[in-house]
Design a protein around this ligand. Structure first.
Ligand code: PLP
Length: 405
């Protein structure tokens, strides 16, 4: 051993990571400490239905097992297996998306975001992303050295995008805007007219639209419907993200896809760039891709049951919000998230940490979703069954009473 062995320089992470925050997983370290003390943590923090009483449709499992038994365990084509691509394309067409230029499969929507943002952005350019946001987006932007440019979602207007704010933030460096619909963390779904206005802004300013629609089949009430922004704007370049993680109950399989729609000549160089990156990473997980067609075209009977459970858990959540002093909440209409506002003197970060330590209820602070400083929200994932949710809300009420009277 040489004398310098004890002085090996610290290996620093890239400064680009200074802007990467993922509160959902970061707080999990504290939750693990609480669990290690032998206490049971009520996990209202993570959007994984398989942690609760939701099970993968058996015909999807059979399709993947069959693919493995049939020896389909090698690399897949870089864009995905043809039957999965065809099924994703047909599903997009059923949602009214036309002018489709490319469809490709990735390891979840997460990889699609990473890849398509990387293929688009030069340093210093920006994408308009919502605030509050789903933190994957700011992480990918930070990784790309892209500037942050967040537009406001308006709580007073059912968390719909604030279109004036959105327009005012467009600069010559803005390449695209992101719409998450149905939304994480607010549970909002966007009206047709809001989407038309967003498309008009994109049209006027020559912006690409990213549409994250991974919750499109989780619309909780019969009188509501989901509209794909790409279906309203076949003349515009739109990338619509979707996947099997949420409505098809296999987040661990990592299956997502992107539907690129809009004018072919305008999209050509960008699509070529995306395809280049798709080839560079070889392929997405191969066997799980054989679940896409059975999922989208096979029996759908698990979906009404999923929505029924989510509706009654949403209603229980709203009952807690409306009957608890200092709490108010816009009713979530899609996905499985509620984003109540707390009228408290402490920061939302302190609130969630103390709640976890004192009551073992695990929710995530709104500031973890890029909320502006000074606002105080928490995100509740209402996937847990009703007895667990009741216990959590009882504990939350007790916590608020003890701290704020
Ligand atoms: N987009 C949104 C809005 C999400 O809420 C999530 C997961 O919670 C994802 C994307 C990630 O999806 P995937 O599991 O397909 O990577």
């Amino acid at each position: 051993m040489t004398a310098s062995a004890g002085k090996i320089r610290e290996v620093l992470a890239s400064r680009r990571l200074d802007h990467v925050h993922y509160a959902i997983r970061d707080l999990a370290v504290l939750a693990d400490e609480v669990s290690a003390r032998g206490l049971e943590v009520l996990p209202l923090n993570i959007g994984d239905p398989l942690r609760f009483d939701f099970r993968t449709p058996p015909h999807m499992i059979e399709a993947v097992v069959r693919a493995m038994r049939d020896g389909l365990d090698g690399y897949a084509p870089s864009l995905g297996v043809p039957e999965a691509i065809a099924a994703a394309r047909a599903d997009a067409e059923r949602h009214g998306i036309r002018n489709i230029q490319s469809v490709f499969v990735t390891a979840g929507v997460s990889e699609a975001v990473d890849l398509t943002f990387t293929a688009l952005l030069n340093p210093g350019e920006n994408v308009l992303t919502p605030s509050p946001e789903y933190p994957l987006y700011s992480a990918v932007l930070a990784k790309n050295g892209a500037a942050f440019n967040a537009y406001r979602l308006d709580e007073a207007n059912g968390w719909q995008p604030d279109l004036e704010d959105l327009s005012s933030r467009i600069s010559s460096q803005t390449r695209a805007l992101l719409v998450i619909n149905p939304n994480n963390p607010t549970g909002a779904i966007y009206s047709r007219s809001t989407l038309e206005s967003i498309a008009e802004i994109a049209r006027r300013h020559n912006l690409l639209i990213f549409a994250d629609e991974v919750y499109d089949k989780l619309i909780l009430d019969g009188d509501q419907e989901h509209t794909s922004i790409a279906a309203l704007a076949p003349d515009l370049p739109v990338l619509t993200f979707n996947g099997l993680s949420k409505a098809y109950l296999v987040p661990g399989w990592r299956v997502g896809w992107t539907v690129v729609s809009g004018p072919a000549p305008a999209l050509e160089p960008y699509v070529a760039g995306i395809h280049k990156l798709l080839r560079a990473r070889l392929c997405s997980n191969h066997p799980p891709q054989y679940a896409v067609r059975p999922a989208l075209e096979g029996p759908q009977d698990h979906l009404p049951e999923v929505r029924r459970k989510l509706r009654s858990r949403r209603d229980l959540t709203m009952q807690w919000c409306s009957s608890t002093p200092r709490v108010s909440c816009v009713k979530p209409l899609g996905a499985f998230y509620a984003f109540p506002r707390l009228d408290i003197p402490d920061s939302d970060d302190d609130f969630v940490r103390h709640l976890l330590l004192e009551k073992q209820v695990f929710v995530v602070n709104g500031s973890g979703f890029g909320q502006p400083p000074g606002t105080r929200h928490i995100r509740i994932v209402f996937l847990a069954d009703e007895p667990a949710l009741r216990r959590a809300y009882h504990a939350l009420t007790g916590f608020m009473h003890e701290h704020y009277g």
